[in-house]
Design a protein around this ligand. Structure first.
Ligand code: SAM
Length: 295
């Protein structure tokens, strides 16, 4: 989709963000070089280069990942649940086709097994080729069990249990829609080992408050603790993004900064956004976000 490109652009093509089109808002990224584009059978996939954000991928016109700011989202979606859990050995990733979550998960030496369930092999195939720095070789890790399937069907059929489930999905449009339904959350809850936690990509509350509210209503029916935490990713426009938090273990959110620091150092992590202090602060919600979380 191409907007009317401003006069002084280097290239005639702009990739227009479609997420809020019906609400009358959009933004556009100049595609200085299109590296790959196809209709995969699941969704429209384009990988391109932009001067400001580096290599980027959009699915159905919605920005998924950029080279420049992906570290924020991938570090916060991964290290918050794993360090809060403290003894995680088995992780399930739903979605995450670009490999960024997987890259961060395998940095934890205590993780013994990662199952990753991605619906669209083309995303993984072309991100490995055109955005290799996102997965950084993680797909070769011997702990990985990579499954190409619908994540909702996987959790329905699986008998496996996991300490951490990370739902790195697209938005509730197209193939991602099923990952916001109560039956998916219920089946995922059944796959959590005692003391386990699920985190979900839950959109930008200032722009997508209904999405967060919908997940929280379902989480409250399924988990003892239903909340979210926040991180601000520049290319997910409209303010901080919410990461849904569901667990039956009330202690996980209360882990101290000192203990998180001990676990962070024991794992030998070096991060560019995550710190134990940021972890704790991320759960301090502004009133307008809290209004979507509370009954
Ligand atoms: N970080 C991005 C965000 O916050 O929107 C998400 C990135 S990742 C590319 C999203 C992945 O979810 C895509 O690879 C997409 O193919 C996958 N996906 C969408 N629906 C799915 C489903 N039902 N089961 C498994 N994977 C799914």
């Amino acid at each position: 989709m191409t907007a009317d490109a401003p006069k002084d652009t280097k290239s005639g093509r702009w990739v227009v963000e479609t997420l809020y089109e019906k609400e009358g808002f959009t933004c556009a990224f100049r595609a200085d070089k299109v590296l790959y584009e196809e209709e995969t059978g699941q969704q429209h996939l384009v990988i391109f280069e932009n001067d400001l954000f580096g290599r980027m991928m959009a699915l159905d016109g919605i920005t998924q990942v950029t080279e420049r700011d992906e570290f924020i989202y991938h570090e916060m979606m991964t290290h918050v649940p794993i360090l809060a859990h403290g003894k995680a050995k088995r992780v399930l990733i739903i979605g995450g086709g670009d490999g960024g979550i997987l890259r961060e998960v395998i940095r934890h030496p205590g993780i013994e097994h990662v199952t990753m369930v991605e619906i669209d092999p083309a995303v993984t195939e072309f991100c490995k080729k055109q955005l290799p720095q996102i997965s950084a070789g993680a797909f070769d890790d011997p702990r990985l069990n990579l499954v190409f399937a619908d994540g909702a069907k996987f959790v329905e059929d699986s008998k496996d249990s996991f300490d951490v489930i990370i739902v790195d999905s697209t938005d509730p449009i197209g193939p991602g829609e099923v990952l916001f339904r109560e039956e998916f959350y219920r089946a995922a809850h059944a796959r959590l080992a005692p003391g386990g936690v699920i985190v979900t990509q839950n959109g930008v509350p200032f722009m997508q408050g209904d999405e967060l509210r919908g997940t929280m209503e379902k989480f409250r029916r399924l988990f003892k603790v239903a909340s979210c935490y926040l991180a601000t990713i520049p290319t997910y426009v409209g303010g901080p993004m919410a990461m849904g938090w569901g667990t039956d273990d009330e202690t996980l959110m209360a882990v101290s900064v000192d203990e998180l620091t001990r676990r962070y150092e024991a794992a030998g992590l070096v991060t560019r956004y995550y710190t134990p202090e940021v972890h704790k602060a991320a759960f301090a919600l502004p009133r307008y976000v809290e209004a979507h979380v509370l009954p």
